[in-house]
Design a binder for this molecule. Structure first.
Ligand SMILES: CC(C)(COP(=O)(O)OP(=O)(O)OC[C@H]1O[C@@H](n2cnc3c(N)ncnc32)[C@H](O)[C@@H]1OP(=O)(O)O)[C@@H](O)C(=O)NCCC(=O)NCCS
Length: 465
């Protein structure tokens, strides 16, 4: 091994991301998030260099033709640092499971769920922030929360029949009008500086989502005038207040949990990968995340949380409340026989119950154990996996995150299911934004995989066994 390589490997072992998350080493100085990212970048650039120098020419697994036709399942294709998904264990954010994040990350005064601000800090730095750093981040986001008047008008002019996700994507895309990165790029900013305006755009993006979501909710469902953001409160409290639920402490706690667990699910899912892909063209974070939202709006991805509620409600109207296991079983079979999927079940990667489902179930057991819809969700959990196994198609018969979220929102009175994916979108911005910042800091290139036609595949393997 050359001495140069030994030196980069030594550097890489000092990389912050080689360490487990812990309370920020920087707590004494109370540095800002942007300053902390700036401190981490040089070591991480060396870490990537060292990894490529040592492993760059190694392969890990052949690509099967089936994978090209089969949605690229399992095909290694991306670097995504914020989180990694294990098929059996579920998600880890920078190495931390959901229960570990619930334990480790700072909470609101009197609260017991992690603050999503803290999760964003963790996703970006691999470190848990101090309470003071989280408070500073809440304030920063609150100060950036206002949306331009023309975006307000754009939303106000949308017909209420336009799906909330379409409105959401429209508004986020329009925020690119004021993109710091687009402006800096036009002015010729050097590549190594890209991450700085991208960081500012990502902070603006996350900060403005509550005002966009709140406006859509109130416009579509006629819930009156939007209150103003409180500069002294946390992100979830402000989002809840804009939606009209800020005076319900349990709803606010739910939002803190919800925004934390929906934020990131490694890089291959449709919304995450779309954001990274579009960002790789140096489209600014508003354009990139607008594209993510369009993917999230699909029923096999984020829209499944709306679909679950619709399906449960249809089941209740068909077989009544407090239905027997046998009646639920028949209803599930009739869904499959009708050629439809059971929403909220199955996953492209996971092969066990989604820990995001479990976290929400635990929240429900604590706060709404007797809710009839929660009981139905529990009953469905006892019944669906066996049926999916018996049907023999789904590789994963267990519930995913979407099987539970709508029930919790409904319990607190947020009953408009078409709105549910918007909340998922607010959360998903955290994961996509963290990766966009690192992609630009590390100089990630334009994504451009190779595609093949069926004729080309046939020709390639014509005389081969
Ligand atoms: C998430 C999902 C899209 C993953 O797709 P996938 O990786 O292709 O899943 P599988 O490999 O297990 O699919 C194999 C077959 O089982 C079927 N299957 C998977 N999950 C199913 C479900 N929940 N209900 C019925 N059938 C299901 C698939 O539709 C597929 O059928 P096909 O061969 O006729 O096309 C799929 O499980 C699904 O549609 N679930 C319901 C929607 C949902 O909850 N989405 C949110 C995901 S977080």
């Amino acid at each position: 091994m050359s001495s140069a390589l030994r030196s980069v490997l030594r550097q890489s072992r000092r990389s912050p991301f080689a360490r487990q998350a812990r309370l920020a080493s920087t707590s004494a100085k109370q540095v800002s998030l942007k300053d902390r990212v700036a401190e981490l970048i040089p070591a991480e650039i060396e870490n990537v260099k060292a990894t490529r120098a040592e492993h760059g020419k190694k392969t890990f697994g052949p690509v099967l033709v089936d994978q090209l036709y089969g949605g690229m399942r399992g095909m290694p294709a991306l670097i995504w640092d914020g989180s990694v998904l294990d098929a059996e264990e579920g998600i880890r954010f920078r190495g931390k499971t959901i229960p570990e994040c619930q334990e480790l990350l700072p909470k609101a005064p009197g609260g017991s769920e992690p603050l999503p601000e803290a999760l964003f800090w963790l996703l970006l730095t691999g470190e848990a922030p101090t309470q003071e750093q989280v408070t500073a981040l809440s304030r920063d986001w609150a100060a950036r929360a206002a949306i331009p008047e023309f975006v307000e008008e754009l939303l106000d002019r949308c017909p209420p029949t336009l799906h909330p996700m379409s409105q959401f994507s429209l508004a986020v895309t329009a925020l690119n009008h004021d993109s710091a990165f687009a402006k800096a790029y036009a002015e010729g900013i050097p590549k190594k500086e890209y991450w700085k305006p991208v960081f500012e755009d990502c902070m603006d993006l996350i900060a403005k989502l509550p005002n966009i979501a709140g406006r859509i909710y109130r416009n579509v469902y006629g819930q009156g005038k939007l209150p103003t953001i409180d500069l002294e409160r946390d992100y979830s409290w402000n989002l809840s207040t804009l939606l009209g639920f800020g005076d319900n402490a349990n709803f606010v706690e739910l939002m803190r949990l919800y925004l934390t667990i929906h934020s990131d699910h490694e890089g291959g899912n449709v919304s995450a990968h779309t954001g990274k892909l579009v960002g790789s063209a140096l489209s600014d974070p508003f354009l990139a995340f607008g594209a993510s939202l369009n993917g999230l709006a699909g029923p096999l991805h984020g829209l499944a949380n709306q679909e679950v509620l619709l399906w449960l409600r249809k089941m209740q109207s068909k077989i009544g409340e407090n239905a027997s296991d046998e009646a639920v079983r028949e209803y599930v079979w009739s869904t499959l026989q009708g050629g439809q999927v059971v929403p909220g079940y199955g996953h492209a990667v996971l092969r066990k119950t989604d820990p995001r489902y479990t976290a929400q179930r635990e929240f429900a057991l604590k706060h709404l154990p007797n809710d009839p819809l929660f009981k139905l969700v529990g009953q469905v959990y006892q019944i669906v996996p066996d049926i999916l196994l018996a049907a023999g198609k789904a590789k994963n018969p267990w519930p995913n995150v979407d099987a539970h979220s709508g029930v919790l929102l409904t319990h607190y009175g947020l009953t408009q299911m078409q709105f549910y994916t918007v909340l998922f979108g607010v959360s998903r911005a955290f994961g996509v934004a963290a990766q966009l910042i690192w992609d630009r800091a590390l100089g990630a290139p334009l994504e451009r995989p190779k595609s093949y036609s069926t004729a080309a595949i046939q020709k390639m393997f014509k005389d081969k066994q």
